[in-house]
Design a protein around this ligand. Structure first.
Ligand code: GDP
Ligand code: MG
Length: 765
């Protein structure tokens, strides 16, 4: 089977083309660095099958970043049958810089001129025939987003001659030096001699082999006495602008160009950009979680309770409105919860008809369905939130966010590159941790992997919404959307503080410069959005019916039996099967044993032994999968807490039941501490495994310790300061002492000061 590799600048549409060619659903992102590893797929051209490889996005073939090394080694070592060089036609001059280097390799090349729809929209024209004649390899104009021109591209790619001799566009004074180096490599019988010759002259560190190459380079440099690397780069640009400058290729029209620039003037403004970002983020949260999007009562419409409706109609209206109109996220959740309720009722009735024992009903309906539905009920809100994030990403706004944040966080030892994986962490820690491979500095990478779990992932969302729902319903305080939003921000703040601490103590190092092309804004593609959402949905549902299913069954068994194998559930008239002696159950006694660990955090022994240990158990089951925290509440609420509270299922019911059952023993700071603990502690099994694989050797155990300490400290602070405001001063003193210690230590060590200064110089450079 023939293999073609897709190569091009970041954001040129490689992954979109790859997905179009192979029918795959790889993540398309409107920022550089999303594809770190290479991906493979198959394209079917009639009978023939062609292997397609999506290489990471690169600006050049001189390896300054890990992506460039991956792409270059693939082309040189695996020798694909051809390269599809994808070029962003709206940015022709910059993109062709890479093309000039690819052309130097002995490999057939075809150029896919992408984003032609954008070019047309701007009223520009690119003469493809002319371009092809000048470059000397086939050029096909395509629109990857709309799957246009793809068939022609592949037809021409397949019919390319199997061999091509590399040539360089660099001529002039350097001509003879290049010929000399080419001859040198030809005699060594290396493939792609022109490419190696150019790289040698560019002083590429990967060209150290063969040994006499260094001598040759020294000889040539002595002849020219100039910085060859700069001369060659200059020659490349000269060639491009002489042949393909904007004026020569397309008719001039800057009106649309400045539209993006105009938007950027506001959105990346030095001062306003951050508040704008926070507001945009809040709007998304408001649309997802708010129960009072619009107050219709102001318009004279009555609350739902005051309306005289039949039961069925009231249930239906209640999905959308209760005096205020719900946000779309809440409406979808209500609908799903209603369906889940009907299913549970139906299953329960079926078990009754079939003569199933009461314990079967308890296991199936209360534990398993209770646990799974408690989590599944959040799916609409999760999808809605990610729809918001995907739109921000696809329009090109997220790339700006990385740019804005780079300006600020560079001082703290992180580059904008590190923020891309972090923002990905809002989705799931796994791909985010893998994406840190784009960070060249190992210490920056370690620090980033460690804080990625603090960017609350989709699985932690149920904890946030359910617990803030409980605060709202039990204490009548705050808005669900506002609490959820601030919890996200707390996660980010903890991450930033942790990074600053690490970069000044154990993870010191220089922050590499961050170069990024801001993509032009464009309307989000419907297909891309749907691919993102489908990915999320699939993952979440799969997890609900595997890990969470298994966990709820285990939890039910552990809490239904005592250590003496006595079955503890009893039939009651009012509540069905419940456990009236929870403290004797296996789960209860384990919970009580570990309960004191959480006492300083507000959800330990002060909650009492009756079923206060459920919080401790939930925190532990969360280590398997974060959805388990609320699933545990869901599975236990019906059997343990039903007798204490008015049990009425809705998506936050389990959490409300638990909190309500605690009576005066629990306060708001303790609930917030519970959220913060779960957000910042050791992430799920899968994320731990990924972290272990991605971290440098020996760093994983310290990372686990870091997570434990951070979560414990952060939630202890939330609880103590929230409960007794004056403890704030104690914490301030403690932190002042720690910071003073670090500063003094850094001053004491000479290298420490040097490192710090070097960082600052980097910033200015
Ligand atoms: P990669 O970084 O090279 O893999 O680029 P992606 O495939 O992730 O695409 C980057 C952005 O460009 C995404 O937002 C795509 O939706 C967008 N894009 C890709 N192809 C086209 C196209 O033909 N026209 C337009 N207007 N946008 C495109
Ligand atoms: Mg990509």
């Amino acid at each position: 089977m023939r293999t073609f590799a897709l190569a091009g600048n970041p954001n040129s549409g490689k992954t979109t083309l790859f997905n179009g060619l192979t029918g795959s659903t790889a993540h398309v992102g409107n920022w550089p660095g999303v594809t770190v590893d290479k991906k493979e797929g198959t394209y079917k051209a009639g009978e023939e099958k062609v292997n397609i490889v999506d290489l990471p996005g690169i600006y050049s073939l001189s390896p300054y970043t890990p992506e460039e090394v991956i792409a270059r080694n693939f082309i040189l070592d695996e020798k694909p049958d051809g390269i599809i060089n994808i070029v962003d036609a709206t940015n022709l001059e910059r993109n062709l810089y890479l093309t000039t280097q690819i052309l130097e390799m002995d490999v057939p090349v075809i150029i896919a001129l992408n984003m032609m729809d954008e070019v047309e929209k701007r009223g520009d024209k690119i003469n493809v025939k002319d371009l092809e004649k000048k470059i000397g390899v086939p050029v096909v104009s395509i629109c990857a987003l709309k799957n246009k021109g793809i068939k022609e591209l592949m037809e021409r790619a397949i019919s390319m001659p199997k061999q091509r001799k590399g040539h360089t566009v660099v001529t002039g004074t350097l001509g003879s030096a290049i010929q000399k180096a080419e001859k040198f490599y030809e005699e060594k019988e290396v493939s792609s001699p022109t490419f190696h010759a150019m790289k040698l002259l560019e002083n590429d560190e990967l060209e150290a082999e063969p040994k006499d190459a260094a001598a040759l380079l020294a000889e040539i440099t002595a002849d020219y006495g100039e910085d060859l690397e700069a001369v060659i780069a200059d020659e490349r640009y000269k060639y491009i602008s002489a042949n393909f400058s904007v004026a020569k290729v397309k008719k001039e029209d800057s009106a649309v160009l400045t539209k993006s620039d105009k938007i950027d003037k506001v959105l990346t403004h030095r001062i306003w950009s951050i508040p704008i970002f926070l507001v945009i983020l809040f709007v998304i949260f408001h649309l997802t979680f708010s129960e009072d999007l619009l107050y219709l009562s102001y318009a004279g419409l009555p609350a739902l309770d005051d309306l005289d409706l039949s039961d069925g109609l009231a249930t239906f209206v209640g999905l959308f409105y209760d005096g205020a109109v719900f946000s779309p996220g809440v409406i979808l959740t209500n609908i799903l919860t209603l369906i889940c309720d009907y299913i549970t009722e139906g299953v329960s009735a079926l078990i009754g008809v079939c003569g199933g024992a009461a314990w079967v009903d308890s296991l199936v309906c209360d534990a398993i369905l209770g646990g799974i539905f408690a989590v599944l009920g959040f799916l609409p809100q999760i999808l809605f939130l990610f729809l918001g994030f995907s739109i921000l990403e696809d329009t090109g706004y997220m790339a700006r966010v990385a740019f804005i944040l780079d300006r600020i966080f560079r001082r703290f030892g992180l580059s904008g590159r590190a923020f891309m994986p972090m923002i990905m962490g809002f989705g799931c820690s796994l791909p985010a941790m893998i994406n840190t491979r784009t960070l060249a500095d190992e210490k920056e990478r370690t620090a980033t992997i460690r804080v990625i779990p603090f960017f609350s992932c989709g699985a932690k969302l149920p904890i946030l919404t359910a617990m803030s729902g409980a605060i709202f319903e039990v204490f009548g305080v705050g808005n669900v959307d506002l609490i959820t939003y601030s919890m996200y921000l707390i996660g980010i703040i903890v991450a930033i503080c942790a990074v600053i601490l690490m970069r000044n103590t154990t993870m010191k190092g220089a922050t590499p410069p961050f170069i990024m092309e801001l993509p032009a804004y464009h309307a989000p593609g419907f297909k891309n959005l749907m691919i993102h959402l489908w990915d999320k949905c699939k993952h979440f549902v799969k997890k609900a019916f595997t890990i969470i299913f298994a966990s709820t069954v285990i939890i039910w068994f552990l809490q239904s039996f005592s250590w003496k194998w006595e079955f503890l559930l009893e039939e009651t008239e009012e509540f069905g099967m419940v456990n009236l002696r929870t403290d004797e159950s296996i789960l209860g006694s384990i919970g009580m044993l570990i309960q004191p660990i959480f006492t300083p955090l507000g959800f330990g022994s002060q909650l009492g032994t009756e079923f206060g240990w459920v919080f401790a158990v939930a925190a532990i089951t969360g280590l398997v999968a974060k959805e388990n925290v609320i699933a545990t509440f869901g599975a236990l609420a019906a059997v343990v807490a039903k007798q204490y509270i008015d049990w009425e299922a809705d998506e936050t019911a389990a959490a409300v039941a638990m909190v309500e059952g605690m009576g005066d023993n629990i306060n708001i700071p303790a609930i917030l501490a519970f959220i913060v603990f779960n957000m910042t502690t050791i992430p799920c099994f899968a994320a731990c495994a990924t972290a272990k694989a991605e971290l440098p050797k020996g760093k994983f155990k310290w990372t686990v310790l870091f997570w434990v300490v951070t979560s414990y400290t952060a939630s202890c602070m939330v609880y103590t300061i929230g409960s007794w405001w004056w403890t704030l001063f104690i914490w301030l003193v403690v932190w002042a002492a720690i910071i003073a210690g670090i500063v003094l230590n850094n001053k004491g060590k000479l290298e420490g000061i040097k490192f710090w200064k070097k960082n600052k110089d980097d910033v200015q450079a």
